[in-house]
Design a protein around this ligand. Structure first.
Ligand code: ADP
Ligand code: MG
Ligand code: ZN
Length: 612
């Protein structure tokens, strides 16, 4: 314990020094409240400005305008042309003081290197100490102890730090309420979920969201990463889980956060050979702990993963992670909010258009956007500028985009347009076909699993049987994406994006013929040998129980059904070309539209017809 305390102190000092350094550096940079040009114009109009200083940069004509307001506040706005600024000020009869192009700052040239050397020196000193304190026997003795990091929610990271993700935040609101005041819920016998699983691609803000919940509710936050559990000695992971929950129980209400839970909670029994024993034990212990505490003990277990598909189903059972929240890549609006948030402490030139950047970064996650602005800041710093220009962000864009091609592919306007028409095609058929569920969302935000977009129906009924008609409509909806592409771009420019749609349509059609006896000529006989059993090499070992002739007839029937559905679906879409265009346009603008927004398009069409 003593040893721990000592190393804790050492870290504390290191952090203090770092903080001091950041402070010193930020003093050096011009760190007055930044200000936009629009705000300046507004203040000028209202006669709020008493004085102005124009300071051109090394690379004229850019520069900074420092204004003193009537109430004594000083504001800085970075402008792309100081001459323009001068004219602007003159219009309002302000005579600016011109400063010379700055010579090199004495502080940067002489003091900064010394300061950096000093910081590094002290940092090393502290690190050495920390290592001595924790090394040797100390490390061994602590082996089985929970390595969870505890951070008391001191309100540092709150939901304000999480931009976009509106729906996700709303869903988590009640958890915050509960943690703030558990009694309020237990009094009326309300049951609050024990476990919340955040699921989504990397960099979308899952970890951030979990921290923010703790910060917002101001409760302790115990976090551990799944990869920490995977140790070489059997039994260590399980004992860490036990310790973690023990600590949590002493500190309730609190949040236990298990990051990258897929590292421990993979489907059991899928490992090859040995080596997964340890993981299984850890997972078992985790399940035991989660079942072990009562519903309203004030512990919320949160976990994050980007591979929900490989999780052991046991983890999703009621009483465990019974709430699943998907955290997706942000839409245009979300991206703009995230950019704004991360631009807060970065001085931007007045030519920076965050909205425009948001529009060109479809598929970027929060982490990508943060990275983008950071790269832009580095580019600005390299050029000895203390503010960021649009140009820097454009350069950073190329760097970030090409550097991590697979992660966040930059989507061209043409691709976006094709996807928009494709999804609009699906959506229209969902809406106009009688047996289909209404559309819940239509999105062209890439999902990261190979789909360029999705159209999600809202299941209204839970039907046991599907009629022949309904199955045909399923096929029509699946084909709608490709049909829309063909109608708009011509049959030479159709894309490979519809392959899974085609596969799905074919599967349904084949089932109709071989399993449900819904064809003209095949009759009511089951020719479907595939009893949904999954094992590798199935297709190789496949033995058919019917003749070549029957197989040929089946193929013909399947083709007949698909062709008929294709023709009907095309007719339906052609009846609604206006909506196809307006829906695609709306998708290109917003990237994600709701049921109401989608259905409003049809209302409008009706209105237009009535007027004629
Ligand atoms: P995940 O856990 O989903 O992989 P993180 O929470 O670690 O992603 O996000 C990494 C970083 O990306 C965050 O620290 C933050 O700077 C930025 N970020 C991601 N999403 C958002 C968001 N919605 N709002 C603000 N910043 C975000
Ligand atoms: Mg994370
Ligand atoms: Zn599709």
């Amino acid at each position: 314990m003593n040893k721990n305390g000592k190393s804790f102190n050492a870290y504390f000092i290191a952090i203090l020094i770092l903080l001091f350094a950041t402070f010193a550096i930020s003093l050096m940079g011009e760190k007055d409240d930044s200000y936009t040009k629009a705000e300046l114009v507004n203040d000028l109009k209202e006669g709020n400005v008493s004085q102005a200083v124009i300071q051109p940069n090394n690379e004229t004509p850019t520069g900074a305008v420092r204004v003193t307001l009537k109430d004594g506040q000083i504001r800085v706005v970075y402008v792309s042309d100081v001459k323009d600024a001068e004219t602007l000020l003159a219009q309002y009869h302000i005579d600016p003081v011109m400063k010379n192009v700055p010579k090199e700052n004495w502080f940067i040239s002489s003091m900064l290197p010394m300061l950096i050397v000093l910081i590094i020196g002290v940092f090393f000193f502290v690190m050495m100490n920390a290592q001595n304190a924790g090394g040797g026997g100390g490390k061994m003795a602590n082996f089985g102890k929970s390595r969870a990091r505890l951070s008391i929610g001191d309100g540092k990271i709150t939901l304000k730090e999480v931009a976009g993700l509106k729906e996700e935040k709303e869903e988590l609101e009640e958890i915050v309420e509960f943690l703030k005041e558990p009694a309020k819920f237990t009094k009326v016998g309300a049951r609050i979920p024990k476990g919340v699983l955040l699921e989504g691609p990397p960099g979308t803000g899952k970890t951030l969201l979990a921290k923010a919940i703790a910060g917002e509710a101001n409760v302790p936050f115990f976090s551990i990463s799944g990869s920490d559990f995977v140790e070489m000695f059997v039994g260590v992971g399980a004992s860490r889980v036990r310790d973690l929950f023990q600590d949590a129980k002493k500190n309730s209400p609190c949040i236990v956060f298990i990051d990258e839970i897929d590292a421990v909670a993979r489907r059991r029994g899928t490992g090859m050979g040995g080596g997964h024993d340890e993981r299984e034990q850890t997972l078992n212990q985790l399940l035991v702990e989660m079942d072990g505490f009562g519903v309203n003990e004030g512990i919320i277990v949160m976990a994050a993963t980007n591979r929900v598909d490989i999780l052991d189903p046991a983890i999703l059972r009621p009483g465990r992670f019974d709430r699943k929240i998907s955290v997706g890549a942000p839409d245009v609006g979300g991206r703009e909010d995230i950019l704004k948030l991360h631009a807060r402490n970065k001085p931007l030139s007045d030519d920076v258009d965050l909205k425009q950047i948001a529009q060109t970064t479809a598929g970027f996650t929060g982490a990508d956007l943060e990275n983008l602005l950071n790269e832009a800041a580095i580019i600005a710093a390299k050029e000895d500028r203390n503010y960021i220009r649009q140009e820097d962000i454009k350069k950073a864009f190329v760097k970030v985009g090409i550097g991590s091609e697979k992660k966040s592919r930059i989507i061209s306007d043409q691709e976006k347009k094709i996807t928009a028409y494709h999804e609009a095609g699906h959506a229209i058929l969902f809406h106009v076909l009688p047996d289909m569920d209404p559309v819940y969302t239509v999105s062209i935000i890439p999902t990261g699993v190979g789909a360029a977009g999705y159209t999600m129906p809202l299941p209204e009924r839970d039907d046991m049987f599907r009629t022949k008609n309904r199955m045909k409509q399923d096929i029509m909806v699946s084909l709608g994406g490709r049909i829309a592409e063909e109608l708009i771009f011509g049959s030479d420019d159709i894309t490979t994006g519809a392959s899974s749609d085609i596969k799905k349509a074919t599967k349904v059609a084949r089932k109709m013929v071989t399993r449900f006896g819904m064809s003209e000529n095949i009759g009511v006989i089951n020719y479907d040998d595939d009893d949904d059993e999954v094992f590798i090499g199935r297709d190789l070992a496949h033995t058919r129980s019917h003749s070549e002739a029957v197989a040929g007839a089946i193929d013909e029937e399947v083709k007949g059904i698909i062709d008929e559905c294709y023709r009907k679906a095309k007719e339906k879409i052609e009846e609604h070309m206006d909506i196809l265009h307006s829906c695609a346009a709306l998708l290109i603008e917003k990237e994600k539209i709701t049921r109401d927004e989608f259905e409003a398009l049809f209302e409008k069409e009706k209105g237009d017809v009535a007027e004629d």
